[in-house]
Design a protein around this ligand. Sequence first.
Ligand code: FEO
Length: 132
Amino acid sequence: MALITWNAEQHETKVAFADDEHKILFGKLNKLYDLATGGAERNEVGQALDDLIAYVVEHFAHEEKEMQAKNFSGYAAHKAEHDALVGICADLQEKFGKGEADVTEDTGALVKNWLDSHIPTFDRAYESTLNS
Ligand code: FEO
């Protein structure tokens, strides 16, 4: 079963690029989770982890560029949220690469919970500004 399923009630921002990218991001997270909890080879898990983190960084950069272009007042707080998750991801990526950490059910839950909290609060808040 998928770890996270996009649904409009919980995740829709009504900003087209963000909704599209969130769906892709959820797919990459589900793929990583399925590999990591399904006994896949470590190198396969590592590739899925790298792919997810690269996409997270790309998505955050896209949102930040759009927020800056519209002088969105919540930019600084939003970017700080992004930076915090990127920091957690970078730490996990480094430790995974050294064999000091694994991708576990808890890892998946952490990222899922972060998205389930961030998208309805921080991402939805930019809708009127980015669609103006
Ligand atoms: Fe869609 Fe602010 O992350």
